[in-house]
Design a protein around this ligand. Structure first.
Ligand code: PGA
Length: 249
């Protein structure tokens, strides 16, 4: 089932997304949360931190698995996703760091790292709620267009589009790593519930194509149409095309 929650702006999107995540934490205190990096979920994470500080949330038994990590960056590198998660969420709540899982960008053997990560997800018992952003090209995690839907965690070569989009966080585009580890579509689709977040007009086409276009590896997020529990929280700008096509009631 697909549920779309419309938000006026980024603040409202963040509050709604945080509500869905915190409901999961409250209903199942030992839940497995699939986390995402990128700009989109930052506001939701800030809201979760605020509610935690007020005493409303307890993350002590929560386990997290992140979608992806750049290959070649250590967890201390400011652009690594481990660093991002620690700074934007984990350091501010009472989650135990050993309960947080992110691929190791410095693992010497990429294949072994992918199997280790798949096993870690399986050992945890699967993901209860997977948070996703979406790329302007419809990617989820680093599953870029023309990805194989059957893949689990794997190493990907980043497209120039994605490297350019992410260059804003580095001094130059050349510093953006060329490869990344990502959970595969198969891992993502195995999550019990998916929370897809999208903000801004640059996501409008990808969001429309993903939710209402043909299901095709060319638009990786279109596979979500086959998942039975997808919640989309998006702002007016990201929903613009869906609204114009008459799909928002
Ligand atoms: P963003 O990235 O949240 O920074 O827009 C989303 C993504 O590329 O998956």
């Amino acid at each position: 089932m697909l549920t779309i929650y419309q938000a006026r702006d980024y603040n409202e999107l963040s509050r709604k997304a945080a509500n869905i995540i915190s409901a999961q934490v409250i209903m199942k205190p030992n839940a497995i949360l699939g986390m995402a990096t990128g700009s989109t979920p930052v506001g939701a994470y800030q809201q979760l931190i605020e509610w935690y500080q007020k005493g409303d949330l307890d993350f002590s038994k929560i386990r997290c698995v992140n979608l992806d990590e750049y290959k070649g960056l250590s967890g201390e590198h400011k652009q690594s996703y481990r660093y991002f998660m620690n700074r934007n969420l984990f350091e501010h709540i009472n989650i135990s760091l050993p309960n947080t899982n992110i691929p190791n960008g410095l693992a010497p053997d990429s294949e072994a790292e992918c199997s280790r990560y798949n096993n870690a997800i399986q050992t945890l018992g699967g993901i209860d709620l997977q948070v996703l952003g979406i790329g302007g090209n419809g990617h989820i995690g680093f599953n870029e267009p023309d990805t194989d839907f059957k893949k689990e965690t794997h190493l990907v070569a980043l497209t120039e589009e994605t490297r350019t989009a992410n260059a804003r966080f580095f001094s130059t585009v050349d510093e953006v790593p060329t490869h990344a580890y990502t959970m595969g579509i198969k891992n993502i689709m195995s999550a019990k519930r998916i929370l897809l977040l999208a903000t801004g007009s640059s996501k409008a086409q990808a969001l429309y194509d993903s939710l209402y276009g043909p299901i095709t590896p060319h638009v990786p997020a279109s596979i979500l149409q086959l998942h039975n529990d997808v919640i989309v929280v998006a702002d007016d700008k990201a929903l613009d095309m869906i609204e114009k096509k008459g799909f928002l009631k």
